[in-house]
Write a protein that binds this ligand. Structure first.
Ligand SMILES: Nc1ncnc2c1ncn2[C@@H]1O[C@H](COP(=O)(O)OP(=O)(O)OP(=O)(O)O)[C@@H](O)[C@H]1O
Length: 262
């Protein structure tokens, strides 16, 4: 049981957007994918979702190639939060969350219960009757997070794939959503998150995978992967990695504009 990329390459014309990447998202684990802009994170994400078919290699979901999964069963096993969360239709926030229930033939009571719980955990209950289009960027992101939760609510192991899920959120909501993600992993879900914040990745992830120019440059426990050398090699910035009783934390070596970005 897991979501596995097996030696996956994805090419457009003669260009490999990702090359020979193998990684695993395990139930009970929070896996963070990082790398510079253009490193291939979104491409890898779409491959793992089953939206892109690899040029070579295979994506396996619970042992079966993802391309062989029926759409409905796939939707009931893994849900996906992309960065594209604008909607053109006049839905309420609650109706957006309800969309996550469309693969199921549950009773209204069951659906209402799941929708309630999925909105409760992201603190979006009070937005339920609001028109989705009038919500702020962070409120829309929290509502969409509830939608993906409602899609795979109950009976883990299931998978949540989240592309920059906290990018529009303020600090309290970022922490809340990362804690919810951690909680879901602890409940037995497999989570893949694309994040840009190295300290959040360090604090919440079980596994961090770093992409560089379409290749997997490092993968493993945060403290083994988020080293000064890897950060310098992969992001081209010089950072200090400090040890503290609460684990490592990472800060730029220079606080001003003196640092040259490679
Ligand atoms: N259809 C395409 N044809 C050619 N190049 C593409 C195509 N789609 C993406 N790319 C390029 O592939 C590279 C990887 O893109 P991808 O979106 O996976 O990067 P990313 O790591 O998610 O970046 P970001 O952090 O900016 O979102 C980029 O250089 C991008 O310009």
């Amino acid at each position: 049981m897991s979501l596995i990329a097996e030696n996956v390459t994805y090419s457009v014309g003669s260009k490999n957007l990702v090359s020979q990447i193998s990684l695993e998202v395990k139930p009970g684990e929070l896996h963070v994918l990082m790398g510079r802009n253009g490193a291939g994170k979104s491409t890898m994400f779409k491959l793992l979702c089953g939206d892109f078919e690899p040029t070579s290699g295979e994506i396996l979901l619970n042992g079966k190639p993802i391309r062989e999964w029926k759409r409905k069963h796939l939707a009931m096993t893994r849900s996906v939060l992309t960065q594209d969360y604008e909607m053109q239709f006049p839905f309420s926030a609650r109706e957006i969350v309800e969309l996550g229930r469309s693969p199921y033939q549950s009773t209204k009571e069951e659906n209402d219960k799941v929708i309630f719980e999925a909105m409760e955990i992201t603190n979006t209950q009070k937005l339920g009757d609001r028109s989705y289009s009038t919500l702020s960027g962070g409120e829309k992101q929290r509502t969409q997070y509830s939608r993906v939760l409602s899609q795979v609510w109950g009976n883990p192991p299931k998978y949540l794939l989240l592309d920059e899920p906290i990018s529009s959120m303020d600090l309290p909501n970022q922490l809340k959503l990362l804690q919810v993600s951690r909680h879901m992993a602890d409940q037995g879900y497999g989570l893949l998150l694309i994040l840009h914040d190295i300290n959040f990745a360090n604090q919440y992830a079980d596994t961090v995978s770093l992409l560089k120019e379409g290749k997997l440059a490092a993968s493993g426990k945060p403290k083994d992967v988020l080293t000064e050398k890897n950060i310098s090699d992969i992001f081209g910035v010089e950072m200090n990695v400090f040890d503290s009783p609460n684990g490592i934390f990472i800060l730029p070596k220079l606080s001003k504009m003196e640092q040259t970005i490679k």
